[in-house]
Write a protein that binds this ligand. Structure first.
Ligand code: ZN
Length: 246
C-alpha cells in the first residue's frame, strides 16, 4: 500500500495540487494537520483534503480558526490569517475541521500534528531531545509516528529498548528505510509553507510493502500563490516568505 502524506497545507492550493500530482497513484492520503491558516485558499484546500484524505488530525491553526485555541502566542501575521480564514471558511469546512481528532492510529502507525505528549498543546519536535516524549508515548505495536507542525522535513529514529534518539534533516528529500527493531518519528515537511530553506512543497509516501518512507520536494507556482495572498489582503510577509522557504 502506498500512502501519501500531506501536512501543513495552510490554504496553499497551488502547492497542494502540485504535491498530489507528483505523488501520483496512491491508495490513501494522511494529513497530519494544519489544512488552513496563512494561505488564500482555505476552502479549496479543505474540500480537497475532505475528498482525498482517509485520515486527518487537527493542527493548531485548524483549532485556532475554530476559536478553540488560545492564540495569544501566535505572531501578528498568523493571528491576522486566523481571523481572515475564520471569516471566509464555509460551514461545511468548519464542521469538517470540528470533527478532526488530535491523534489517529491503526496497526503500526500513529498520526499527530505536534507531539504525542500533549496532542492538543502542540509542542514542537525539532530535535532528538524533543522527540523523546513521543517515543515514550508510543505503544509497543507502533513503528511510525507521522507529525507536522515545525514545517521541517526530518526523521527521528530510536532503537527499540534504547533511550537515545537520532535525528536527520531531510531538506532535499530522500528515502528512509524502516529497519526491524527501530521506531520512527517522521515529519514529511510542509506542503504549503516550508521553513527549511527549501521553498519547494514537501510531502511524503509511506510504502507499507517496501517498508520505506520517501520525502519528496515539488516545485509549484509560487508567484501565483503570492499574488492570491496579497490580493486577499493577507499580510504581505506571508507571501514573501514562500520564495525563501522560511
Ligand atoms: Zn503548520
Amino acid at each position: 500500500m502506498r500512502c501519501g502524506i500531506i501536512s501543513d497545507i495552510h490554504g496553499n492550493l497551488e502547492a497542494l495540487e502540485a504535491a498530489i500530482d507528483r505523488l501520483g497513484q496512491v491508495d490513501a492520503y494522511i494529513c497530519p494537520g494544519d489544512i488552513v491558516g496563512y494561505g488564500a485558499n482555505p476552502n479549496e484546500c479543505c474540500d480537497l483534503v475532505r475528498r482525498l484524505a482517509q485520515v486527518a488530525v487537527i493542527g493548531n491553526h485548524d483549532a485556532a480558526v475554530l476559536g478553540v485555541l488560545d492564540i495569544s502566542w501566535f505572531n501578528l501575521n498568523a493571528r491576522a490569517a486566523v481571523a481572515w480564514t475564520s471569516d471566509i471558511l464555509s460551514e461545511e469546512n468548519r464542521s469538517y475541521l470540528t470533527r478532526l481528532q488530535p491523534t489517529w492510529s491503526s496497526e503500526e502507525r500513529i498520526v499527530v500534528h505536534g507531539s504525542l505528549d500533549g496532542p492538543l498543546e502542540f509542542p514542537y519536535i525539532d530535535s532528538p531531545w524533543a522527540a523523546m516524549p513521543s517515543f515514550d508515548a508510543m505503544s509497543e505495536e507502533l513503528t511510525v509516528c507521522f507529525i507536522g507542525h515545525t514545517h521541517l522535513a526530518e526523521c527521528y529514529t530510536q532503537r527499540r529498548g534504547v533511550l537515545g534518539v537520532d535525528g536527520i534533516s531531510m531538506t532535499s528529500g530522500g528515502k528512509i528505510e524502516l529497519r526491524e527493531g527501530f521506531r520512527y518519528v517522521i515529519n514529511c515537511g510542509s506542503v504549503g509553507q516550508p521553513r527549511d530553506g527549501n521553498p519547494a512543497a514537501a510531502c511524503g509516501v509511506f510504502d507499507t510493502d517496501a517498508r520505506t518512507v520517501e520525502i519528496v520536494r515539488v516545485d509549484y507556482d509560487i508567484p501565483a500563490t503570492q499574488r492570491k495572498i496579497k490580493d486577499a489582503g493577507l499580510p504581505e510577509a506571508l507571501a514573501d516568505r514562500l520564495s525563501l522557504g522560511v
